[in-house]
Design a protein around this ligand. Sequence first.
Ligand code: NAI
Length: 484
Amino acid sequence: MTLKKICCVGAGYVGGPTCTVIASKCPQLTVTVVDLSETRIAQWNSENLPIFEPGLYDLVKECRGRNLFFSTNVKEAIVEADLIFICVNTPTKHFGKGKGRAADLKYIESAARMIAEVSQNSKIVVEKSTVPVKAAESITNIMRANIKPGVQYQVLSNPEFLAEGTAVNDLIYPDRVLIGGDPSPLGQEAIQSLRWIYEHWVPQDKIITMNTWSSELSKLAANAFLAQRISSINAMSAICEMTGADVSEVANAVGRDTRIGNKFLKASVGFGGFSGFGGSCFQKDVLNLVYLCECLNLPEVAEYWQQVININDYQRRRFANKIIESLFNTVTNKKIAIFGFAFKKDTGDTRESAAIYVSKYLMEEGACLRIYDPKVEEAQLMSELTQPSITDDPDKVKELVTICKDPYQAAQNAHAVVICTEWDEFIALDYQGIYKSMLKPAFLFDGRLILKHQELLDIGFHVVTIGKKLQRSNVHRPIATSLQ
Ligand code: NAI
């Protein structure tokens, strides 16, 4: 099939950047990204894009109005397209069967039904959202049950591996592109059509084709392996704190083994927020895998992956407990500055951010939070902290939380500063000035291991971090209490 027009259903963190890169690399294609949300589409058509990604705005400006369009006219874009990417959200179900674990496929289903309802000619439908194994089969069944005469669908799996914060770079230089499809001649033809798009900029050997189920499972498996590495090093960090070992030194030593490698071995306050790589999906994708294993009657396998989640929950809770214990076992009415709310640096995304859980635990103890993040809007932040899974008293949250315009304002008169996101700007702050403006003893909790701890100790801070016990070298400093 010669492709001329493609459409992407879902203008989010995946749909927007992916289609912008396709439009930029394939100028002969007309790419239309559609979404039900008028606000989101209006933002994509404005100077103020709905998501922050380094390099994205320039690419959008280059292509928008030329061969890249953002629209709420979902039906028209589907009717005209030869190939349709489904990039809708697949959050964890909050109610019903599989609550708290299974992926909610209602947005996928409604996109599939819409495609079947309006299409007047044959289409290639590409499942880019992360889904449980066999979702492509369900999409096919829905569409074939509603098929119009003369119309055919080929459903492909093409999971996305971009990480937020580095999305444009990841899309332009992917480690690999997976395309899963049906072994039939029509399925193979569809695979070749999608492959042709990627071949405009991705080397041939990085484009891997396989059966649909392998492709669907590979995405869940990759995220589960990455999350497992984080939970493994975080489990080590707890041992380090009890023994005097330093988790950074252990990670360095372990990572030198070429069979293990040095990436993704940084201890922190937990995934869904950890240094370096993307993570808003980790929690939901591992839960999705656990649920899949349970449905397949593989309880031992389910339990194995569940432990990866359990350690992550434990790490967040442990970090919040350290804050409370260090502040003399009570944070009630104490001002605590939270530096960073996004789940990692260089993104405004807050989904499953560690900051949400640390804030939750501190608010449960009555702490007054002063939160600063360079990219997260106030409305977004408050909506995260007032969701039912975080609080049953949204008014109390509004009372306890103050959003600050800069980190210095957040730290003014605070008992403690807590680093929750590894934004570069936090490394270069005037900590001497911050220390002076805080109540004493002044505590600093580095949940991302990004600061120069000795310098902070020398200023006079009580510094608590993850995976390492810090000792003051200068005994003449004014504060006498031990660090923990
Ligand atoms: P998102 O929530 O940012 O965007 C999804 C968009 O789809 C929303 O704007 C929503 O309004 C729209 N939508 C939902 N149903 C629709 C419909 N029927 N018609 C038109 N628009 C509809 O989600 P995000 O982050 O882009 O994720 C999409 C998928 O990609 C998920 O399955 C996710 O797991 C996966 N993924 C996400 C990555 C990330 O870093 N965010 C990385 C790799 C995969």
